[in-house]
Design a protein around this ligand. Sequence first.
Ligand SMILES: [Zn+2]
Length: 75
Amino acid sequence: MGRTKTVGIAGRFGPRYGSSVRKKWNSIMVRKYQLYYCPFCGLRVRMKRVSVGIWSCSKCGRVFAGDAYQPTSKF
Ligand SMILES: [Zn+2]
């Protein structure tokens, strides 16, 4: 699994799919792996995406609705 300067972890795709697609995919994945504050326990944790817009806190396990690719934009 490769990493590259421009597209980050999207470097795993190699030269496929075109660079704009890979850059877009990378920005989505970076937001997905970011740490967010849980609205319930207040801790900064990695949210698990259960489904599109459905997120679960890895600490308290509570499930809440957010954006499709990031837990929430309200903070
Ligand atoms: Zn929590």
